[in-house]
Design a protein around this ligand. Structure first.
Ligand SMILES: Cc1cc2nc3c(=O)[nH]c(=O)nc-3n(C[C@H](O)[C@H](O)[C@H](O)COP(=O)(O)O)c2cc1C
Length: 357
């Protein structure tokens, strides 16, 4: 880890007790990024994370330009009095959706105060990188295998985010996905040899300070946190769904395409989705071809579940880290606790810690 301070550090919080190249270059006080989770990482959550010193990535998801503009405005408004925190905002997009319609990205890049970072996941980032870089925003590319790294580097990624199969939500399908524990050091070695200036984040299963400390020890410059912050007070996910995650163990999640087929979202290969393995999933997981052939019964069941708030019939999109989530807490508390625990685990707690009350 680097100990130097950044010229871009925020005026409000200028010192990181857990400094890395990621905190230095992004003006953060902790090496954590909020995952840009579709339908969950709205303006309130991104602002809370940015204020707590992390990178707050809005979940631009499937690319609704009005939603993104509104949530970006909300986050900026919430951070009006704290320009340092406002500079810690970013936005993530699902790249294969941008291939169909890129207006949301174009509108955000053309806005008065575009975010400092754009994250692209699930597709080829190269067509979008020139426009992102031309406004001075940093590019974060999420990858799932070592083989995807050269494309991200060709796109000029400032940060590569290595996502292991433990992750909640979408990722590499179950048979091809890699574990975070081996993917991160392998990509760290690859970057050290071929692109030492490119930063690395670990994603997938980082849900407490032990995970954050492990990510740093594996050679990452920080961690992208999804499921744990999905279960925060500010996340836009329904409270009933968050409670399902709090009550679950890591054994209770599964990767498949069941919920994408039921929700009629045509995700391309090689991606699928990790969520809790609930009654609706169990009913269809051995009959995927039949579900594809006639999804009407399952869709009706899902819609009825939505109406009734019955989570045995609706997806709860968390990863294996669910087993480490004990409560729905404010995002700032989660980030503080993760940072503090990581510090303790890394035996750096003798250093001044501005997160301490
Ligand atoms: C509910 C949910 C929605 C997600 N949506 C997106 C998304 O829209 N775009 C994206 O790049 N990643 C998305 N992800 C994946 C995250 O970027 C990240 O890789 C993952 O959450 C990290 O693993 P973890 O959930 O174990 O922390 C999502 C994850 C979750 C849990």
């Amino acid at each position: 880890m680097s100990g130097s301070r950044s010229s871009q550090s925020s005026p409000s919080l200028t010192y990181s007790p857990l400094p890395t190249r990621f905190t230095d270059r992004f003006g953060l006080t902790t090496p954590i990024a909020l995952a840009p989770m579709a339908m969950a990482s709205g303006g309130a959550l991104a602002a809370a994370c940015a204020q707590a010193g992390a990178l707050g990535l809005l979940g631009g998801g499937y690319g609704d330009p009005d939603w993104i503009e509104e949530e970006h405005r909300r986050a900026s408004r919430l951070l009006e009095a704290d320009p340092g925190a406002r500079s810690r905002l970013g936005c993530g997009f699902i790249t294969w959706k941008l291939d169909q319609d890129r207006r949301a990205l174009d509108r955000l890049l053309a806005s008065d105060a575009p975010p400092q970072a754009i994250m692209l996941s699930f597709g080829d980032p190269r067509p979008y990188s020139p426009d992102i870089r031309s406004i001075g925003a940093r590019l974060i590319c999420q990858v799932h295998t070592l083989a995807q790294v050269p494309i991200a580097l060709e796109a000029g990624a400032d940060v590569i985010c290595a996502q292991g199969g433990e992750a909640g939500g979408h990722g590499m399908n179950g048979s091809e996905s890699r574990g975070t524990f081996t993917l991160v050091p392998e990509i760290a070695d690859c970057l050290a040899s071929h692109s030492p200036d490119t930063l690395l984040l670990a994603a997938g299963g980082v849900a407490d300070g032990r995970g954050l400390a492990a990510a740093l020890m594996l050679g990452a410059d920080g961690a992208l946190v999804g499921s744990r912050l999905w279960t925060s007070a500010e996340s836009l996910a329904a409270d009933g769904a968050k409670l399902q995650a709090v009550g679950a163990t890591g054994d209770m999640t599964v990767r498949s395409s069941v919920f994408d087929i039921i929700r009629d979202i045509p995700w391309p290969a090689p991606f699928d989705f990790r969520a809790l393995r609930n009654a609706l999933h169990l009913k269809w997981e051995e009959r995927i071809e039949a579900l594809k052939g006639d999804p009407s019964t399952a869709r009706a069941d899902y819609q009825a579940g939505l109406k009734a708030g019955d989570y045995s019939r609706i997806h709860t999109p968390v990863g294996e880290g669910a087993g480490l989530i004990r409560a729905i807490d404010p995002a700032a508390d989660i980030i503080r606790a993760m940072t503090r625990e990581a510090l303790e685990r890394l035996r750096l707690s003798g250093r001044p810690d501005p997160h301490r009350d």
